[in-house]
Design a protein around this ligand. Sequence first.
Ligand SMILES: Nc1nc2c(ncn2[C@@H]2O[C@H](COP(=O)(O)OP(=O)(O)OP(=O)(O)O)[C@@H](O)[C@H]2O)c(=O)[nH]1
Ligand SMILES: [Mg+2]
Length: 326
Amino acid sequence: MPANLTPEYFQAEKRYRRASTPQEKIEALEEMLSVMPKHKGTDRLRAELRTKLAKSYDELEKKPYVAKKGSLLYHVKKEGAAQVVLVGLPNVGKSHLVSAVTEACPEVADYPFTTQMPVPGMMKFENTQMQLVDVPAVTAPQVDSWLGNVMRNADLLLIIIDLTEDPLAQMETILERLKKFRMTIVGPPDEADFRTIHKRCLIVFNKSDLEPSDKGYSSFRTRYGGLPMIRVSAKEGDGLDQLGQAIYDALDVIRVYTKAPGQKADLDEPCVVRKGSTVEEVAATIHKDFVSKLKYAQVWGSGKFDGQKVKRQHVLQEGDIIELHA
Ligand SMILES: Nc1nc2c(ncn2[C@@H]2O[C@H](COP(=O)(O)OP(=O)(O)OP(=O)(O)O)[C@@H](O)[C@H]2O)c(=O)[nH]1
Ligand SMILES: [Mg+2]
C-alpha cells in the first residue's frame, strides 16, 4: 500500500537529516510522525521513526542541551507505570501538589514562574508507582523549546486549575498553548486536524480550602463536564487520598499479573497495559521474542475464568492473572 506522504512530511524529513543535536532530531521526528497519514501503508515507517525517536530521547537524557538561544532543554525519562505531566498557569499549585503526593521537593512560592525546569517524583497508588512531573507554567517564557516535547511524551496531562480564579479562562489559555505545541485533549468537541496529538487528561481543581471564584465555573462544567475531574487542596490535603485512583482511571489502563506454571502470581508486580490489551500484547511487553513463540495462555480472573485456556487475541480485564505457554 503506498504511504502517500505529504510535502510537510518531506520538509520535516529534510530537517531531520540536517539535525545536529538530539533536540533538533526529536523535533523533526515528532513532526514527521504527526503529519504522517495513519494507515497500514505507513505502519512500518512509523515503527522505524519511533525507534529513532527513542534513540534521540536516550541521547538527550544523558545531559540537558543548551539551545542556540542559550536556554536549557530537558527530557524526563519515564519511570513507573505511567508518566503524568502537570499543566497549568503560574501559581496554581503545581509544585505544591507534586511535593504533597511524592517524595520530590520542588520549590513552592507565592509568585509566578517559580518552576524553571522539570522535577519528577513518584506517587504510589496501591501496587503501582506513577511518575508525576512538575514543570513550569504553560505560559512561562523560554520553555517552548522543550515543554512541548515533555508534554507530548506524557501518558496523561494533569490540568491544574486554581479554583480561586476563573476556571474557564484558565482552561482556554491552556488549550491555546497546547495548540501551539500541536496538542489538544481527548474529550471535548474540537476542530483539531489530523496532525494534532490528542492527550488524555484529568482536571484537578486546586485550592479547595479557599473561597472559589464566582466566575466561569458553570460555563466550565457545561463545556468540559465530560472530562474526568477532582477537587483537592494541595495545601490542606483534602481530596489527595482520591487522587491516585482518579489518575489511574483517567489513564485508561488495566493491571494484569503473569505467573509461571505451578507457581503463584506476584501480585506486587503488575503489568500495566492499555485497557483492551490482548494476551499477545501483554506477552510483547515481557519479551518481544515471546510473541512469536506464544501458543496459548490460561487466565484466572474476570469472574468467569478459572485457568481457562484462551487464544492470543483474548482481551484481558483488570486484575486478570495469566500463564503464558510457548
Ligand atoms: N491555600 C492554598 N494555597 C495553595 C494551594 N496549593 C498551592 N498553594 C499556594 O499557591 C502558591 C503557588 O504554589 P506553587 O506550587 O509554587 O505554584 P505553581 O503552579 O508551581 O507555580 P509556578 O511554578 O510559578 O508555575 C504558593 O504560595 C502555595 O503555597 C492550596 O491548595 N491551597
Ligand atoms: Mg511551580
